[in-house]
Design a protein around this ligand. Structure first.
Ligand SMILES: N[C@@H](CCC(=O)N[C@@H](CS)C(=O)NCC(=O)O)C(=O)O
Length: 323
């Protein structure tokens, strides 16, 4: 068990309420900084038990990695530690600092907060302290903190170690890559990140510049999903995973907290709604990685600049409708 370097500086980067918003009132998500890869011929080869995932159930980006880990049967290869949803002035806390049902103590580094992991990996780190974090236990560092890259590694790099049926599941199939990339591109900008741009906007103009493209994209997705179970090629791909994590949070959180309320998913988008419920109710990789308590508590409690009294609303009831 290793200990963590004492850190007092740069704590403001841990406090989301002190996050910098652009002068025009718009939110710009900074790029992730740890961008190495698990790969057979590289510095971080795939090995059972070597890597560890730090996640929040609340976070859509982190949940992408949990879903793909489960779809690919990597549960015995990569352990997971879940933070408390109460992201406060020090950022994401572990359960010894903030007990919450489903949250864990950090068994690897005994970190109190996610920021401790970043400073252990790089004492001069100046970025944000985000989840997911893919940690290498062997060299005690962060391999990667960018979910879109972590899910690609999980999709391919452990295939020679896992059962054949799991290895055969390809979420980024060669034949559909161009289409997946194209969808990911606008879905990221206007939907995945679009809800944050809408919710974090601090001027009416910035809000409208985000909320209109968001609903235009939902209208477009509704047409694409009419009569279909998947976005691309009539098969499950990472495009579905990446969209699902935003849509499942939409009615419980984004409609109210982020003012994404032109329509709800359940009331305004029958095809998206059915697609989401089929993934959730028919595939445990989606259902078992979804924790509505963590999701709702995190957003409504953590963003005091939007919700100063930290009241977590009761509805919608239920958080997700049956099939
Ligand atoms: N680009 C990152 C984004 C991750 C991210 O922004 N995570 C949020 C939670 S939803 C976070 O940890 N924010 C903490 C902060 O910004 O202080 C990824 O996709 O992995």
């Amino acid at each position: 068990m290793s200990t963590l370097p004492h850190q007092t500086a740069k704590v403001d980067n841990a406090d989301i309420s002190k996050m910098r918003i652009a002068p025009d009132g718009s939110f710009r998500r900074p790029a992730s900084t740890f961008r190495k890869c698990i790969s057979n011929d590289g510095e971080f080869p795939p090995e059972k038990g070597r890597y560890h995932l730090y996640v929040s159930y609340a976070c859509p980006w982190a949940t992408r990695t949990l879903i793909v880990r489960k779809l690919k049967g990597l549960e015995d290869f990569i352990d997971v530690t879940v933070v408390s949803p109460h992201m406060g002035s020090e950022g994401w806390p572990f359960a010894d600092v903030d007990q919450f049902p489903g949250a864990d103590v950090d068994p690897i580094n005994r970190a109190k907060h996610v920021k401790d992991l970043y400073f252990k990996a790089d004492p001069n780190y100046e970025g944000r302290f985000t989840v997911p974090v893919l940690w290498d236990k062997k060299t005690s560092t962060i391999v990667n903190n960018e979910s879109s890259e972590i899910i690609r590694m999980f999709n391919t790099e452990f295939n020679h170690l896992i059962p054949k049926d799991k290895a055969a599941l390809d979420l980024y199939p060669e034949a559909h890559r161009a289409e997946i990339d194209e969808i990911n591109d606008w879905v990221y900008d206007t939907v995945n990140n679009g809800v944050y741009k809408t919710g974090f906007a601090s001027t009416q103009q910035a809000y409208e510049a985000a909320v209109n493209p968001l609903f235009n994209s939902l209208d477009r997705l509704e047409k694409m999903l009419e009569g279909k179970d998947y976005l691309v090629g009539n098969r499950l791909t990472e495009a579905d995973v990446r969209l699902f994590v935003t849509i499942i949070r939409f009615d419980p959180v984004y409609v109210g907290h982020f003012k994404c309320n032109i329509r709800t998913i359940r009331g305004g988008y029958p095809a998206i709604h059915l697609w989401m419920r089929k993934l959730y109710w028919n595939n445990s990789a989606f259902k078992d990685t979804c924790n509505f308590e963590h999701i709702k508590t995190h957003y409504y409690w953590s963003h005091t600049f939007i919700n100063p009294h930290r009241i977590v609303p009761k509805g919608p009831v239920p958080n997700i409708l049956p099939l």
